[in-house]
Each structure stands twice: as C-alpha cells, then as structure tokens.
Design a protein around this ligand. Structure first.
Ligand code: HEC
Length: 144
C-alpha cells in the first residue's frame, strides 16, 4: 500500500516580518517625549516649575475664558465636558475622545499636537497656550 503524502498543517510557513527592537517608538514613550519637551520649556520660563497638574489641566479644559466667539467658549465646547466621550466639530463631525485610555494614540505626534494647540488655544483663549498649560492638559488626559 502506498502511503499517502500527508497534507500537513505546516504546508506553508509564513515569514513574519515584524518591527523588531529599534522600530517605531511605543505610543507611551512618544507621549512622554512630548511632555518632557514641554517640561523643559516650562522650567526655562519658570525656574520654580514643579511638574504638571491634572487638576489644573481639567480646570483649563473646562474654563470659559470669555474671549472667543459664542460657539467656542471653551475646549469642552467641541470635546464635551468629559474627555472620555467623543466630541463633535462645529460642522458636526465626530472627534475621537481626548482621554488617552479611550484613544491611545492621542498626543503622540508632536506636529499634530502643536498644530491643534495653536489653533484651539487661539480660538478659545485668544492667545497661544504656555508649555505649562499644554503639559497640564495632556497630564489630565492621561489621568482618566
Ligand atoms: C471648534 C472645535 C474645537 C475646540 C473649541 C477645541 N478643539 Fe481641540 N480639536 C478639535 C478637532 C477637530 C481636533 C482634531 C481631530 C482629532 O484629533 O480627533 C482637535 C484636536 C486637538 C488636539 C490634538 C490631539 C492629538 O491627538 O494630538 C489637542 C492637543 C487639542 N485639540 C486641544 C484643545 C484645547 C487645549 C482646546 C481648548 C483651548 C481645544 N482643543 C478646543 C476641535 C476643537
């Protein structure tokens, strides 16, 4: 009797191409690098700088500074009062939650982070945000 050639489970071996060590930075370390940059800048303008505060970030997020157009009185106007929720643009498009626990790639691309801080701080606060404010904001978003 001729023994059948067995079709084996390992008929085809896939070569896994993975990003090995030294590949893309992890999201938490990319976020930490951005926060470290803001901390260095904050320290430069205030030698008494003692680190970022989630509570101050929350207050900043919820504040109504009263200098903007009526439809954008605060960060929470678009991002809602809970960063755990999806937000909404004025044009009605969804914005993924700002909380890092809900949207893990938040605050990991420095160019994107700076572009939106610049735009939204001008819209809501009528000025640029300081490194301290940016660091507090991200620290709050990491704390939820
Ligand atoms: C007019 C609506 C609107 C307001 C008001 C607003 N934002 Fe946003 N924000 C957006 C949109 C739209 C995006 C980009 C979409 C996204 O990242 O999901 C965004 C993104 C961001 C990002 C980038 C996040 C990342 O993933 O890197 C930061 C930082 C940010 N906003 C901060 C603020 C702060 C601080 C305030 C208040 C001073 C604020 N936003 C107020 C609409 C708004």
């Amino acid at each position: 009797m001729i023994s059948c050639s067995r079709a084996t489970a390992i008929a085809v071996i896939f070569t896994m191409v993975t990003a090995g060590p030294g590949g893309a930075q992890s999201l938490p370390s990319a976020r930490k690098a951005i926060l470290d940059g803001y901390a260095a800048a904050a320290k430069q303008s205030d030698p008494g700088f003692h680190g970022f505060s989630a509570a101050a970030g929350q207050a900043f997020f919820l504040a109504h500074p009263g200098v903007s157009q009526p439809e954008t009185p605060s960060c929470s106007a678009c991002h809602t009062t809970s960063p755990l929720n999806a937000g909404r643009t004025r044009a009605g498009k969804d914005i993924a939650p700002m909380a890092v626990s809900r949207t893990p790639n938040r605050f990991t691309d420095f160019t994107k982070v700076e572009r939106w801080f610049t735009r939204n701080c001008r819209t809501v606060y009528g000025r640029l945000c300081t490194p301290q404010e940016k660091g507090n904001f991200i620290t709050f978003m990491e704390s939820l």
